[in-house]
Design a protein around this ligand. Sequence first.
Ligand SMILES: C[S@@+](CC[C@H](N)C(=O)[O-])C[C@H]1O[C@@H](n2cnc3c(N)ncnc32)[C@H](O)[C@@H]1O
Length: 241
Amino acid sequence: MAEWFEAWFDEDYARLYAHRDAEEARLAVSRALRVAPELGEGPVLDLACGAGRHLEILRRANPLAFGMDLSSALLRMAPSALRPWLLRGDMRALPVKDGALSGICLWFTPFGYFSDEQNHALMLRLGHLLRHGGVLVMDYMNAELVARTLVPEDTLERAGVRVLSRRAMEGDRLVKRMVLTHLDTGDTREAMESVRLYHPAALQEMAVRAGLRLRSVMGTYGGGAFTEDSPRWIGIFERAW
Ligand SMILES: C[S@@+](CC[C@H](N)C(=O)[O-])C[C@H]1O[C@@H](n2cnc3c(N)ncnc32)[C@H](O)[C@@H]1O
């Protein structure tokens, strides 16, 4: 059976998350470029780039930026001008040489999808792919806030789809089980997300083991300070050795 992350990131995901849009990406990328100007030069990978909303903005500053994602459905939605700069593949098998990248961005939580062992291995690999002084942007959930404000069940309608979502912590993972109904046809399907909820200290420890040093933390895409109520935990790391 397919893993949840192979099955879920398709047209329905894109419909339901359409509010995660180009404007949010513009804010995030312009802020990140200020904190990490390294993203503006040399090969930079937008890892799990989806339909390329961040990549499109980043490429205005850096013509060597490229993206990779597993979902052919999302990659097909990318603007045609991005096509030559998009790869399809699994982040656990990155076709990039060690030390080749000036930067890697993981926008909007594409981390924590695998087992602890695989998540740690991925972080180590990301560290190795960066050149000395290269930067990693890890845009992740604020784990404390998520655990504190978890809504066990709700229903929403967006873009012609009704979604019943049930959320729970299952061990260390935040699991969301969804039933989607297309309102025009009545067709239903199930989908899920299961993300390891890492606290900032755990992410940092993993990154340090990968040779990375924390340069800066933001709690919002606009560069707001991180607090216990911040919507995001955005760590910007640099390769220390
Ligand atoms: C929450 S979305 C974020 C997409 C994009 N960064 C954005 O902000 O719009 C997570 C992305 O991770 C991708 N993904 C999931 N598992 C993956 C894997 N094993 N390798 C590469 N990409 C993966 C999905 O296809 C999806 O595009």
